[in-house]
Design a protein around this ligand. Structure first.
Ligand code: ATP
Ligand code: MG
Length: 352
């Protein structure tokens, strides 16, 4: 057995190799288990006799074959003939070569890791934030008193002795800024929706970033000008993109590049709680060439108060997650050293 055959056999993710006419050329051990059949039973047979996964899966395979590009279907219920449907992601990759093979990897959501993250962190966020919000409110009043007292004290001290009182005032300001952010997170005013061009929103965010914290960093734009308008609260979406660009800048440090790309891909649909499938075809990718998500926290970056930064509050992505969920949109991240992409996928009503 070659190394690759060994790898294929041991891969803990169900994998199927599909040939022309959707016949099964190979399945690995995880796929045998997932489908509840042995490889001998399925080889050479039509894949849809064994793999069930709504029209979405077959449409994904056809599309990947047609465009010759890999496709990720983030949400599909897949199962074998006699196994329970499981919410999964499916990666469909056409493999180059004389024969147009398609590799299908089925990844049940409980093994998905950090590549999808929409509404799940929100409930955890709500309980933690509810408490933090209450605390924020209670701390701000006495803090104002402490700051005022320090300022009053400094008036009776010679300038060379202001160091301590200045420190009290500065640190208090920092705490107030943190509390403001917590309160902003707890803000429950509903989004003020309007039809906007997502590129205007992105331009506004990148302009603020360039004049603010991103002076040294090159922000390249690759927009699809044919995108239809989206219905969003543009102030909130500016906040989303600003947070993502800010994180990218902080990951890059002194030098690096950020690419802001927009494109249309109708293959992503989400199953909503009312079991309606919502199309989410308009995508915004914010990619940086920094070191990638720190491994220790990579699965929790959307949770509040998770941060790897010295002065980080860990609220940026929690806020992104909250706003995105309110918009019935989707945020996901794919990260490796040298390339981290946060993707916002937005619903649109009609393709113009
Ligand atoms: N583009 C990125 N590259 C590498 N790591 C990132 C990136 N974006 C986020 N992270 C990681 O995710 C963590 C959480 O991000 P988040 O924006 O929620 O908080 P923060 O940036 O640490 O603090 P805050 O945004 O509240 O000031 C970061 O501390 C960082 O470790
Ligand atoms: Mg941040």
């Amino acid at each position: 057995m070659t190394l690759y055959q060994d790898l294929w056999a041991q891969l803990p993710i169900p994998g199927l190799m599909i040939g022309l006419n959707d016949s099964i050329l190979d399945v690995n051990m995880a796929a045998e288990q997932f489908l509840g059949v042995s490889s001998k039973m399925v080889l050479g047979h039509h894949v849809w006799n064994f793999l069930r996964g709504e029209d979405l899966l077959s449409a994904g395979i056809n599309r990947a074959r047609a465009i010759g590009q890999p496709i990720v279907i983030t949400d599909v219920f897949a199962h074998g003939r006699n196994t329970e449907p499981l919410p999964c992601a499916a990666h469909v990759c056409p493999l180059g070569g004389a024969e147009p093979y398609i590799l299908v990897l089925i990844i049940p959501h409980d093994t998905l890791g950090n590549s999808g993250n929409g509404t799940a962190p929100i409930s955890a966020a709500h309980s933690a934030i509810g408490m933090a919000e209450m605390l924020a409110h209670e701390i701000k009043n006495p803090l104002a008193g402490i700051t005022g007292a320090a300022q009053f004290l400094s008036m009776s001290l010679p300038p060379e002795e202001h160091e301590m009182t200045d420190l009290i005032v500065e640190e208090s300001k920092r705490i107030v800024a943190l509390l403001d952010q917590v309160e902003q997170f707890g803000d429950v005013t509903p989004p003020n929706y309007a039809e906007v061009n997502v590129h205007d929103v992105l331009d506004q965010a990148s302009r603020s970033a360039t004049f603010g914290f991103a002076g040294n960093i090159k922000i390249t734009k690759n927009y699809d000008p044919s995108l239809p308008n989206v219905r969003v609260d543009s102030n909130q979406m500016v906040q989303v993109f600003l947070n993502l660009i800010k994180n990218a800048c902080e990951a890059l440090g002194e030098e690096g590049e950020i690419l802001v790309r927009t494109f249309y891909d109708p293959s992503l649909r989400l199953v909503m709680p009312d079991s309606n499938r919502q199309r989410m075809p308009l995508h915004v990718d914010i990619t940086d060439n920094g070191p990638g998500l720190p491994e220790a926290i990579s699965k929790h970056v959307f949770d509040p108060f998770v941060s790897s930064k010295l002065n980080g509050k860990g609220l940026g992505l929690a806020l992104v997650s909250k706003i995105v969920a309110q918009h019935n949109a989707w945020v996901s991240v794919i990260s490796r050293p040298g390339q981290t992409t946060f993707r916002i996928s937005l619903p649109v009503k009609i393709r113009k």
